[in-house]
Design a protein around this ligand. Sequence first.
Ligand SMILES: NC(=O)c1ccc[n+]([C@@H]2O[C@H](COP(=O)([O-])OP(=O)(O)OC[C@H]3O[C@@H](n4cnc5c(N)ncnc54)[C@H](OP(=O)(O)O)[C@@H]3O)[C@@H](O)[C@H]2O)c1
Length: 273
Amino acid sequence: MVTNAGFSPGETNRLPPHISSNTLGSRNTAGRGLRGQVALVTGATRGIGLAIARALAAEGCDLIVTGRDQAALNRISRELARRGKTAAKIRILSHPSDVRDPHSVDALFRAIRRQFRRLDILVNNAGIAQPNLPVDKLPFPVWKDVLETNLDGMFLVTQAALVLMKRGGSIVNNLSVAANRVFAGSAAYNASKHGALGLSNTLREELRPRGIRVIGVLPGAADTDIWKTLWPEAPRRKMMSPETVARAVVDSILLPANTTVEILEIRPSTGTL
Ligand SMILES: NC(=O)c1ccc[n+]([C@@H]2O[C@H](COP(=O)([O-])OP(=O)(O)OC[C@H]3O[C@@H](n4cnc5c(N)ncnc54)[C@H](OP(=O)(O)O)[C@@H]3O)[C@@H](O)[C@H]2O)c1
C-alpha cells in the first residue's frame, strides 16, 4: 500500500544531507531532525524494526517499511500515516519482501526507485532466531534459514540499496551481542551474526570514501517475539524495550555526518539474562 502524505526535502547546502539545521542545536527539542530523508527499515512489522520505524517517523523521515506479513504492513502504514497528520506530513511506502529471496528484494527496490528515487538511511533489521539446540541436533534447514535471513538477506538488501545511496547516507545493521560472543545452543544465530558483523565492518571501510556511515548495532536482550523461538520462558522484565534500542539507533543517526557510532552495544543494565 502506498500513502502519499506530502513531502518536503529539508536539505541545506551547508549541512550534510541527513542533518537539518535544528538537529545540531538541541536534540531533545528538535524531534523532526530527519525531515525529508528517505529511510528503509526491513523487518518493520513488529519488534525492534517497528520501534525504529516509529522513531524515524517521529523525526520526520519518509519511510519504506517491509517484512513478509502484508496485513501487518497495511496496519503499520495506516498508523504511521495517522502520525504524519498530527505533525509535518511524511510519505510511507509499505511493500512486502522476503530478504532471503533476490527476486523479492529486486521487486522491493523497483518500488522504492519508482516512489522515491533515492535512499538516505537503510536499516537492515530483519532477522530470526533458532530453537535452542546443540550443533549435533540442529537440522540443516534451520541452519540455512537463519543464515539466509540474517546474513544473505543483509547482503542482498545492502547491495540493492547502495545504488540509491549517496554521501551523507547511513546504514544501520542490527546485529546482536551474539556478533562478538557466543551462546551455546545458538550456533546458527551466532554464526549469522558473526558473519553480519564481518560484513558490516568491511562495508564501513569500503564506504568511507563515499561518505556513507555504517553503524553496527549489538543489542542485548530486548522484549520482542524473537524470544518465542529461542527461549519462550525468558524473563521479559529483565529485557530492554524495543523503543529503548530504537532511541539509541536514531540518536546515532542524528549525530553529525562526520561522526560515526561504529559499534553500538546496548544491553540491559543487569547484563546477560
Ligand atoms: N530482541 C532481542 O533480544 C534482540 C537482541 C539482539 C538482536 N536482535 C535482532 O533484532 C532484529 C529484529 O528482531 P526482533 O527482536 O525485533 O524480532 P521480531 O519481533 O521477531 O521481528 C523480526 C522481524 O524480522 C522480519 N523478518 C523475519 N524474517 C524475514 C524475512 N525472511 N524477510 C523479511 N523480513 C523478515 C519479521 O517480519 P515478517 O515476519 O513480517 O517477515 C519481523 O518484522 C533481528 O535481526 C534480531 O536478530 C534482537
